[in-house]
Design a protein around this ligand. Structure first.
Ligand code: UD1
Length: 427
């Protein structure tokens, strides 16, 4: 298995291109199931999770064509044509690799009147059930049975518009319901819907496919179902989590990075917190400039649904706080088991104690390099951040977690003076 080796202590400086957002691209790819006409997506990041979703779509009969972007542009251009669905089943082997596979449930059911999707099961950061996805589809008239580890959903006469009140904010749950509602008969209202920029990006793409959606960007979405959607082209929004991660790389090394293509509007709560921690994010004509302007200070954060501080940046923020002056309390409210990076950061010399959903981080003057590994994507990248500032060498194992969500991470950092390389595993 590949490793990432980092020699800490280099101040990062330069420009980093921000990729298309993984969490936007995944539902956008699934949206291709809603129409028999081609959907063309550009700025699609080249990541393991994207490859998993493409395999899943091919499995159900979608024709997938992946091309390089025209010169000077980033990402891939993916054309998806679901003119004929050859299967309505998302098998366990693919769903177990990636929970977001459940995003095919709503579109398949809405288009074909039936879908069988393996239950995703548990994952490293918590139990993560899909009960709210099922509740939403049931409110649109679906009959759903759980059978042999599979969700079997049926709506032989098509879905009917309905009202869905989400008791808590769910990102992929909102996306599944919104996609299904575009082909339901009548009007669907989603209340307490997720407002993440990735949900907004999906809504805009659906509108360009002919869907009628009011309230985009708010927590109340009103969708008028259509008989059919049509061909469209859409560019995937920039990855705010990747941008936030690199901003913190600038912060932890006392450097300055321009994040090309990133949108400050999507990182407002993060910018606010980072300003209190000693570095600023400012908008430039090309993206965002992240710059340390003073000593790093401990700040408190609590993760929340958008527009609050994202849980997907919590681990990175904790890495930053390990070397700040003073203490920081980090409270995780979205996932119950999202502190797996703590023992690894402690092995690098961090002073952290966890009390239920909160971690108290007391800043230390320096971290020491170590062999580390992590069990999820964001935890892995927090160890890379720690490695950038640690004394000596840090070796990150289980790099496949990083490859699920960061495109060419080590190349992007190395181009900005980090001493970082991928070491290919001996065959
Ligand atoms: C998405 C993101 C993930 C991010 C998370 C929270 C994608 C592909 N993934 O995950 O990176 O960390 O949002 O911003 O976009 N819940 C239920 N029942 C459900 C659904 C969710 O109880 O049916 C709970 C979850 O256990 C969790 C909370 O709701 O505690 C929020 O989860 P949710 O927003 O659904 O996360 P995902 O959409 O899976």
């Amino acid at each position: 298995m590949d490793q990432i080796r980092i020699k800490g202590g280099h101040r990062l400086e330069g420009r980093i291109p921000i990729s298309g957002a993984k969490n936007a691209a995944l539902p956008l790819l699934a949206a291709s199931l809603l129409t028999d006409a081609p959907l063309t997506l550009s700025n699609v990041p080249y990541l393991a999770d994207i490859a998993t979703m493409l395999s899943l779509l091919e499995q159900v009969g979608v024709l997938v064509d992946v091309a390089a972007a025209p010169s000077g542009e980033a990402g891939r251009v993916v054309q998806l044509t679901a003119s004929r669905l050859s299967s309505l089943t998302a098998p366990y082997e693919l769903v177990r690799k990636m929970r977001a596979s459940v995003l095919v449930l709503g579109p398949l059911l809405a288009r074909a009147g039936e879908a069988k999707v393996s239950l995703p099961g548990g994952c490293a950061i918590g139990s993560r059930p899909v009960d709210l996805h099922l509740m939403a589809l049931r409110n649109m008239g679906a009959v759903i049975d759980l059978d042999n580890g599979y969700i079997h959903a049926r709506a032989p006469k098509g879905l009917q518009g309905g009202e869905v009140v989400f008791p808590l904010v769910t990102v992929t749950g909102t996306e599944n319901a919104m996609m299904a509602a575009t082909l339901a008969k009548g009007e669907t209202v989603l209340i307490n819907a997720a407002r993440e920029p990735e949900v907004v990006d999906l809504a805009h793409c659906l509108v360009s496919m002919g869907a009628e959606i009011d309230g985009i960007g708010s927590d109340r979405l009103r969708i008028k179902g259509k008989d059919k959607l049509h061909a469209a082209s859409h560019r995937v929004v920039a990855d705010r989590i990747e941008a936030g991660t690199f901003a913190m790389a600038a912060g932890i090394t006392g450097g300055s990075l321009e994040l090309i293509g990133a949108r400050l509007a999507h990182l407002n709560s993060v910018a606010h917190i980072l300003a209190a921690a000693g570095f600023v994010l400012t908008e430039t004509s090309d993206g965002i400039l992240a710059e340390r302007v003073g000593p790093l200070c401990g700040v408190d954060i609590m993760t929340e649904p958008y527009p609050g501080f994202p849980t997907d940046l919590q681990a990175q923020m904790m890495a930053l706080m390990t070397v700040a002056s003073g203490a920081s309390m980090i409270t995780e409210t979205i996932f119950e088991n999202r502190f797996m990076h703590v023992p690894e950061l402690q092995r690098m010399g961090a002073n952290i104690s966890v009390h239920k959903a909160s971690a108290i981080v007391r800043g230390v003057p320096s971290l020491r390099g170590a062999q580390v590994m992590a069990t999820d994507l964001r935890a892995s990248v927090s160890l890379v951040l720690a490695g950038l500032v640690a004394e000596g060498e840090t070796v990150l194992n289980r790099v496949y977690h990083l490859d699920r969500g960061y495109e060419r991470l080590e190349e992007k950092l190395a181009a900005c003076s980090a001493d970082i390389e991928r070491v290919k595993a001996a065959a």
